[in-house]
Structure formats: structure tokens, C-alpha cells
Ligand binder design. Structure first.
Ligand SMILES: [Zn+2]
Length: 192
């Protein structure tokens, strides 16, 4: 099993975390989890004049179901993968009857790449939880982690290789690892 690169290399970043992570500590509003992004006017739940949390990317993502879609780190990763010559499906649902979404999918070789949000997946560097509504966030992030674990297991049961990266990992460090996993799948296939 391929590991997160951050497990083996340890902290190395002094860069500031993305905006949605920095603002996480100021959280004061519980998003209504039943709301879909399309039916919610974020201004109604955001404090007046707030440029913070409630109107932020993080809450929008919560309403979309926690895994970001087309976030800036995701766009950067996809762009780097594309420039390296790879072609793939994005935001792909690989499992029939499952809502699970793969950020980047190589469908023929069954390699899935998931870019985990630092806040939503509890990155050791940027994953600190808001002090406000602590129990709410603990439960929400726990459910989030369980859902991702379940999806990964389902994918692996179907023969997929699943790579996970943190959104703070530089795309240029992710790219060679994806190539490596694809090469392994190719040789596995041809020798099988
Ligand atoms: Zn991080």
C-alpha cells in the first residue's frame, strides 16, 4: 500500500495554510447539513459583513458534502498532472450505486487519487479543530473520515489502487508518485 508522503517525510512546510483553514478557528455558525449549495444563500447564515468562515470556502464545501470540488489545490494538482502528460477523469464516481467521488481517476488502470483537505481530514499541520461547537465538529469530521475510509475500502475491493495526498502537498511532488503508481499498475496488468 502506498502511503501518504507526509507520513514518511514529516513536516517541511512553513507556508501559511490555505485561507479556509486559517479561518477555521473563527467558526461560529453551524451549516445546515441538509442544505444543498444550490438552495442556500450563504449570506443568510453569514454574520453581517463577515468575510470569515460562514461565507468561506470551507462552509460551502461542508454544504457540498465535505470533499471539495475544484478547489485551488485540486486545480493545481490536476493542472500539474495534465502537464506531465496524464489524462484522467475528474470528480469521478467509480462505484455503481455509490455516491463516492474520486478526485482524479485513471479508469483503465484503476488508480484513484484523492486530495484530502487539511481541515476536513485533520492534517497534522493544519487540521486544528475550531474551539467553538467542538462536539459538532468532532462528530462531523469523524463521520467524514469514516466515509472516506469506507470509500477507499470499497474501491480497493473493486481492484483500485487509492493514493491519498494532503492538499498542502506541492503538486510537483504528487505528480511523480502518481506516475509511479500507474507504472506499477501497467506492469501488473501486462504480466497478469
Ligand atoms: Zn495540511
Amino acid at each position: 500500500m502506498l502511503r501518504r508522503s507526509s507520513d514518511t517525510t514529516g513536516p517541511r512546510h512553513v507556508r501559511r495554510p490555505p485561507r479556509e483553514v486559517r479561518h477555521a478557528g473563527g467558526m461560529a455558525v453551524k451549516p445546515n447539513k441538509k442544505s444543498s449549495a444550490s438552495s442556500v444563500n450563504l449570506r443568510k447564515v453569514a454574520p453581517e459583513g463577515s468575510d470569515s468562515w460562514a461565507s468561506s470556502e470551507a462552509v460551502r464545501r461542508s454544504m457540498l458534502g465535505n470533499r471539495g470540488r475544484d478547489t485551488r489545490p485540486e486545480l493545481a494538482m490536476r493542472s500539474a498532472l495534465h502537464k506531465s502528460g496524464l489524462r484522467f477523469r475528474k470528480n469521478y464516481r467509480p462505484l455503481r450505486g455509490s455516491r463516492g467521488v474520486v478526485d482524479v481517476a485513471f479508469t483503465r488502470r484503476k488508480v484513484a487519487v484523492q486530495l484530502d483537505g487539511c481541515f476536513w481530514h485533520g492534517c497534522p499541520e493544519h487540521g486544528s479543530r475550531p474551539a467553538t461547537n467542538r462536539a459538532y465538529w468532532d462528530e462531523k469530521l469523524q463521520r467524514n473520515a469514516e466515509r472516506d475510509t469506507r470509500l477507499q475500502r470499497e474501491l480497493e475491493d473493486e481492484g483500485w489502487t487509492v493514493l491519498r495526498f494532503w492538499e498542502h502537498e506541492p503538486p510537483l511532488e504528487i505528480v511523480p508518485k502518481v506516475h509511479e503508481a500507474l507504472a506499477l499498475r501497467s506492469s501488473f496488468r501486462s504480466s497478469a
